[in-house]
Design a protein around this ligand. Structure first.
Ligand SMILES: Cc1cc2nc3c(=O)[nH]c(=O)nc-3n(C[C@H](O)[C@H](O)[C@H](O)COP(=O)(O)OP(=O)(O)OC[C@H]3O[C@@H](n4cnc5c(N)ncnc54)[C@H](O)[C@@H]3O)c2cc1C
Length: 380
């Protein structure tokens, strides 16, 4: 059952399940699963589902009619580049947080703000995993991947990967969960300075404050000891239910269910003045863009922490009202962006809560939230 291999603990059975314990085993399976044509991919008819840690995936309660290929091969090697950098190559199945811990222990700077994110390393370039002002596009040098369109291994450099906010070429060439590229290994370039190892400049105000740094100071001076940054990030994340903990249902989720919407700055006129916003650069036609907080929009639209299903399809009001106790699915009681399984939820239960949050935000603010996890065999 997919429910046994996903962090939201939902999803039905698969016809076939293959655990690849080496890259060669994975390639053998990939060779027998060429890329289907576009129409079949769009219709969700790929017979292959690539699985890492199952932390960004929602599969239908009916399950998956095809082969689940679980990439379970790990391994990590490091090579110095000049005096102050190291390239670390990591196999796709290596647990991501173990990679971060390994680099912090060795005084390598660049991944520390990405501590505590579940899943496997092969998945991190897919949605350009990020947190606390950092993302993997800042350190990835290249990705080795199986290209199902040409049935061969290809090397994609950082610029080929066309990284964006929670986005990359790898994600854009995945249609209804059917990937063109299957990542086999990822190489990161990290810095290594003489003296006590310091973090990269801390860009995120909440983290800077937690570290006792002046977040208004010049960026280059906002650095702290590497292990301290990792520890603070883990603390901040745990308080939001964003570090996996089997005993805490607030972490039975796919992390953030929605991406933060990016809109033209001019549209801010339609929103309340107090709407939090962050500068997000410019669109292709030169319009200033801002990023909004999906968590804030959901909360202000009436879906507070704990908002969820009462005990069936009827929606409750959340932790401060009815609906949480006994409900099968609800927003996390720590963070409105995570849709959580309270113990015996189905995929459809989680989607019902997510739909309600999306609809209420659209009704109140005219903004459509988009899901972050990959949905397979189901729709929001
Ligand atoms: C509690 C919690 C907190 C989280 N916090 C964050 C966060 O702070 N920032 C963030 O960005 N994300 C976060 N996430 C989301 C998730 O952890 C990341 O997206 C993670 O990288 C997914 O890795 P995975 O191995 O679990 O991927 P899976 O869920 O197994 O797969 C996700 C998608 O990637 C594809 N995929 C997986 N491996 C490969 C591969 N090798 N090649 C090609 N495609 C592949 C799958 O087919 C699927 O479409 C969080 C999730 C949880 C549950």
């Amino acid at each position: 059952m997919l429910a046994d291999h996903t962090t939201a603990r939902v999803g039905g059975p698969a016809d076939r399940w293959i655990v690849a314990r080496s890259e060669a085993e994975a390639v053998d399976v990939l060779q027998t699963h060429p890329l289907p044509d576009e129409a079949a991919r769009t219709a969700g008819q790929d017979s292959l589902l690539v699985l890492g840690g199952g932390s960004n995936l929602l599969v239908s309660d009916r399950g998956f009619s095809g082969t689940v290929l679980q990439l379970a091969f790990d391994g990590l090697s490091a090579e110095p580049v000049g005096d102050d950098a190291v390239e670390v190559r990591v196999a796709a199945g290596h647990d991501w947080d173990r990679v971060v811990a390994w680099t912090v222990e060795r005084g390598l700077c660049g991944l520390e703000a990405l501590s505590g994110i579940p899943g496997a390393t092969g998945a991190v370039p897919v949605q350009n995993v990020g947190a606390y002002g950092s993302d993997v596009s800042q350190t990835i040098v290249q990705v080795r991947a199986w290209d199902r369109a040409v049935a061969d291994i290809v090397v994609l450099n950082n610029e080929d990967l066309e990284f964006g906010y929670r986005d990359s070429l790898l994600k854009r060439t995945t249609i209804s969960g059917s990937p063109r590229y299957v990542v086999l290994s990822v190489t990161f370039r990290l810095t290594h300075e003489a003296g006590p190892p310091l973090s990269a400049p801390v860009r995120y105000a909440e983290l800077a404050r937690a570290l006792g740094l002046d977040h208004t100071a010049e960026e280059s001076s906002r650095r702290a000891a590497l292990p301290h940054v990792r520890q603070k990030v883990l603390e901040l994340r745990s308080n939001k239910g964003m570090v996996l903990n089997g005993e805490d249902h607030d972490t039975w989720s796919t992390g953030s269910f929605f991406t933060n919407p990016i809109i033209a700055e001019a549209r801010l006129e339609e929103l309340p003045e107090r709407t939090p916003r962050f500068s997000a650069g410019y669109s292709g036609d030169g319009q200033a863009l801002v990023k909004l907080s999906a968590a804030w929009l959901i909360d202000q639209a009436g879906c507070g922490k704990g908002f969820g299903l009462a005990d069936g399809p009827e929606l409750g009001r959340g932790a401060e009202g009815a609906g949480l106790v006994g409900g099968r699915a609800a927003l996390s009681t720590k963070h409105t962006l995570a849709v959580t399984n309270r113990g015996d939820a189905s995929t459809e239960d989680l989607l019902t809560v997510a739909r309600a949050a999306r609809d209420q935000v659209r009704e109140k603010f005219g903004i459509t939230l988009h899901p972050e996890p990959v949905l397979i065999g189901c729709k929001l």
